[in-house]
Design a protein around this ligand. Structure first.
Ligand SMILES: Nc1ncnc2c1ncn2[C@@H]1O[C@H](COP(=O)(O)OP(=O)(O)OP(=O)(O)O)[C@@H](O)[C@H]1O
Ligand SMILES: Nc1ncnc2c1ncn2[C@@H]1O[C@H](COP(=O)(O)OP(=O)(O)OP(=O)(O)O)[C@@H](O)[C@H]1O
Ligand SMILES: [Mg+2]
Ligand SMILES: [Mg+2]
Lengths: 249, 249
C-alpha cells in the first residue's frame, strides 16, 4: 500500500484538483484507491459529491468512530470525508500526546493499493498526521513568488518528520500546476528548483484547463467530465509517471 | 479609524495581493495606514520586504509585547508583521477565554485612518480576531466552484460575530479577482451573487495581471512596480470606490 500526501501550505495551488484526478486516474487503471479529505473546507468531499455533514475523518482520528463507520464507498474509490468541525478537531488533536500518529495508526492493515491525502493550506497537526502516515508527498505549485518561498518550510517540516517520526517519507516530486514557463518569473523559479538537489520536479506539468475547475461542480473527475481535454491528458500522464517511478514494488 | 478585514478561507483568492495594494493606494492618497499580517505564512510581511523572524502580531495578541515593540514603520504605511510561530499562537489564543477580542483591544486608541488586516485561508481564531476588530470585511474571490461554496461559511461566521461580539461589522463587498466572466461558470456565480440580498459586489474587479504577482518579489506595491499596468489601474479604482462608499465619515 502506497500512501501519498498532496500538500502545500500556499493556498489555491491545486492540492484538491490533484488529489481527485490522480486518485481517479489510479482507479481507472484498476488500482484500489482511498481518498482522504483533511481540509475543514471539504473541497474534495464536495467535489466527489459526498455529504459534508455526516461522519468524518476527525471522529476517526480522535477515536470517536471506526474506519468502517466513516468510510464512504464511491464508484471509483473509497473516501474518508472532511467536515467543518475539522477546524476545532485540529485544536483538540494538537493537545493530545503522540497526536501526529493518529492517521498512521488508523491506516494500518488497510488493503488499498494507493491512499491519497488532500491536505489543507497550512502546516498544522492535520498535515503532520498526513506526512507521518505517508510513503510519499507531492507538492503542487505555480511558478509564483510565495509558493517558492513556502517550499522551504514544507521541506523543513518533512525533514523533521523523517528524522523523528517517519523515516520512510520521500518527496515524490514538485508538480507544476498552471505554471507559466513563458514568464521570466516562471523561468527563475524553474531554474532555482532544478538547481536544488533536495528537490525533484515531475516531468509532467498540469496545464491551465477550465474543465478541471468545472468538473468539480458536477461531482466528476476530469476523465468523466472532459475525457479529451488537456486536463485529462495531463493527469493521465502524471499517473503513468508516478506508477513508473514508484508503483511497482 | 476604519478597520477592514480582507478575508476568504479559500486559498489563493488574492487576500494578500488586495491587502498590500489597497493599503498602498490609500497611503498614496495621504491616508495614515496600518497593515496587519495575520497569516503564519507571512506573505504580506515578505511582500513588504519585512523580516519574518522579529517581533510579531502573535506576541502582541498574547500580551507578550507592546504595540510599539512590534510595529514596523515602512515608507508608505506601518505594519504589524506575522511569523511562522503564529500557527502555534493560533492554538494558544484559542484556549484563552475572550480570545476573540485580543486584536480589537490592541487597536483601541490607535490613530490610523485605515487598518487593513490580511487574513489566513481559514476561519480559525486569527480570522475571528480580525472580524471582531473590524468595521468592514472584503472578500476577494474568483468565479469558481469552491469559492462560491465557501462564501456561505464566511457569511455565517460574520453573522454570528455581529450578533455576539461586534455589532458594527459590515460586508464592504465581494471583490472579483481574476474572475473570468466569459465562462458560463463565471456567469453562473455572478448571477447567484447578484441575486443574494445579503451580498454586495464591488463594481471594480481586479483583472489578471502578472505584474501583481511580480511586484511582491521586489517588495513593491503595484503602483511602484508597474504604475501604468492594469493592476495599478484596478486597485486605484477599487480604492476610490471604497472611499466613496465608506471613506468620509
Ligand atoms: N490546471 C488547472 N486549470 C484550471 N483550473 C485549475 C487548475 N488547477 C486548479 N484549478 C482551479 O483553481 C482553484 C484552486 O485549485 P484547488 O482548489 O485544487 O487548490 P488547493 O491547493 O486545493 O486550494 P486550497 O489551498 O484552498 O485547498 C480551483 O477552482 C480549481 O478548480
Ligand atoms: N489579479 C491578479 N493577477 C495576477 N496574479 C494575481 C492576481 N491576484 C493574485 N495573484 C497572484 O496569485 C497568487 C495568489 O494570490 P494571493 O497570495 O494574494 O492570495 P491569498 O488569498 O492571499 O492566498 P492565501 O490563501 O495563500 O493567503 C499570488 O502569486 C499572487 O501574486
Ligand atoms: Mg484544497
Ligand atoms: Mg495570503
Amino acid at each position: 500500500m502506497k500512501v501519498i500526501s498532496i500538500t502545500n501550505n500556499k493556498g489555491g495551488t491545486g492540492k484538491t484538483t490533484t488529489s481527485y484526478n490522480l486518485g481517479a486516474a489510479l482507479a481507472n487503471r484498476n488500482h484500489k484507491v482511498l481518498l482522504i479529505d483533511l481540509d475543514a473546507q471539504c473541497n474534495l468531499t464536495i467535489a466527489t459529491g459526498t455529504s459534508t455533514t455526516g461522519r468524518h475523518i476527525g471522529e476517526l482520528l480522535l477515536g470517536e468512530a471506526s474506519f468502517d463507520d466513516v468510510v464512504v464507498k464511491k464508484d471509483l474509490f473509497d473516501l474518508l470525508p472532511a467536515h467543518r468541525m475539522l477546524l476545532s478537531f485540529e485544536y483538540r488533536i494538537n493537545t493530545e500526546p503522540d497526536s501526529g500518529f493518529f492517521l498512521a495508526e488508523n491506516l494500518e492493515g488497510k488493503e488499498y493499493d494507493f491512499v491519497i491525502i488532500d491536505c489543507p493550506p497550512s502546516l498544522g497537526s492535520l498535515t503532520v498526521n498526513a506526512l507521518v502516515a505517508s510513503d510519499f508527498f507531492v507538492v503542487p505549485m505555480q511558478g509564483e513568488n510565495f509558493a517558492y518561498v513556502g517550499l522551504d518550510e514544507i521541506l523543513q517540516l518533512t525533514t523533521k518528520i523523517k528524522r523523528r517520526m517517519n523515516p520512510r517519507i520521500k518527496l515524490a516530486g514538485i508538480l507544476f500546476n498552471r505554471f507559466d514557463m513563458r514568464t521570466k518569473f516562471g523561468q527563475m523559479v524553474l531554474q532555482k528548483l532544478t538547481q536544488n538537489p533536495m528537490v525533484r520536479v515531475f516531468e509532467t506539468s498540469i496545464r491551465q484547463d477550465v474543465s478541471l475547475m468545472e468538473s468539480t461542480a458536477f461531482a466528476q473527475s476530469i476523465f468523466e467530465y472532459a475525457p479529451d481535454s488537456r486536463g485529462a491528458s495531463d493527469f493521465g500522464k502524471l499517473c503513468d509517471e508516478l506508477l513508473e517511478l514508484y508503483g511497482e514494488e
